[in-house]
Design a protein around this ligand. Sequence first.
Ligand code: ARG
Length: 506
Amino acid sequence: MVDRTEISGPGFINIRLADSVLESLLAAVNADDRTGVAQAQSPETVAIDYSAPNVAKEMHVGHLRSTVIGDAAARLLTWLGHDVHRVNHLGDWGTPFGMLIEHLLDLGETEAAHGLSVGDLNEFYRAARVKFDTDDDFADRSRLRVVALQSGDETTLRLWRLLVKESEKHFIAVYDKLRVTLTKDDFCGESFYNDRLALVVDELDQLGMLLESDGAQCVFPAGFSGRDGEPLPIIVRKRDGGYGYGATDLAAIRYRTQELKATRLLYVVGAPQHQHLEMVYQTAREAGWLVPPAEATHIAFGQVLGADGKKLASRAGETVKLADLLNEAVARAARLVKEKNPDLDADTQAMVAQAVGIGAIKYVDLSSDRVKDYVFNWDKMLSFSGDTGAYLQYTYARIQSIFRKGGVTADRGAAIRLGAPSERALALELLAFPVVIEDVAETLQFHKLTSYLQGLASAYTDFYENCPVLKAADDVRASRLGLCDLTGRIIAQGLDLLGITAQSRM
Ligand code: ARG
């Protein structure tokens, strides 16, 4: 199996495998629909908490990151055969709904519903907030309304549902644009846990974990303290009897392990919520809701920055609306595609622009080190060369054009022969796919997948420049077509896991 070995500096031995070994490995991978990536040996039930926007507020770029990363995780783990639950922990409950419902009543139901469906969610929220801060009577009504909501008053619930429904439409529209796999059925917002909260409190109480602090019921998970060493609480039940974000997360983790029976819990949430989540995990461990083999992991991510190095904002200094951002990406991609390939018919051009624009947004996000901030730069992300999604899509399209031009299809059973050095280099890349997938499934660091795909695309380009394919003699030609085909399949599969669509012409 071994071609040669050599000492490579102190402590290292290079072992060079014989071409014939690589050739037979490649033949097996080529004949495999999954290009060498096996299904998980012990499939797990995985709950992925991602996207989670807030009702009556526009989604912002933080939700974009959560949506894109969470969706890639869902795609990858599903492909590996795990049982994946997408849980969209919508912010659809709590004190803001008092003022939102009162504002809705002030506007008149039909008027408000119309405004919400065509307009801007933020506007609605802001107007309610202003009244709450400036109008005492309104603020009082709002507080009473929260109580009515929490005690299940029918009229209040109906109005609340109306707000949630209108917001969900906005979110679904963004998901459709983004081509993510999240659907209406995955909404499992904070309100879902409402009738489980009392149970959670009882259980914590029975376990002797509840302590009163300033009139509120709290848990103090081990290992968390503030600046002066004082233990930090999760407030389970507020002084006014209401439950908050923390209590809901405790009910959610209990639901995920005990009812969904998930053993891998992923929380795709911005880095600033790290401590909150770790406290929830620790509390759940102490309460016996999170015990091995079940594990919870915070899939943290950094911020998206503008060119000025500050949090990405619109020209007016406001948070960028996601829908606008996505439309702009597609519009810019359309210009690029037209410039690159003016001969494409209009329909194909529109389809490619869609794939390239949305792909660019996802690619920048997934190709940067997840926990770090990254700077948003249109020119860099929308280019057919460099570390971009479009470069990978373009490489895929070029491979397909070989088959079109030659009027041939690849024979996946054809023998692969590695003659030229660039063939061998490409082969080594092709064989590395399963190893990369295994790593990414564990760490959910998708930049490792993007950099692998870049390496593969550049090894392919090298091969293509050095090795004629269609003009080669018959047996060499079949082998080289096999290398092209396998490269294309791995690029398309890799892109698909990132939520990016490969296009056969562009
Ligand atoms: N809705 C929250 C936000 O916009 C994110 C929720 C994250 N998930 C969770 N289980 N806490 O910040």
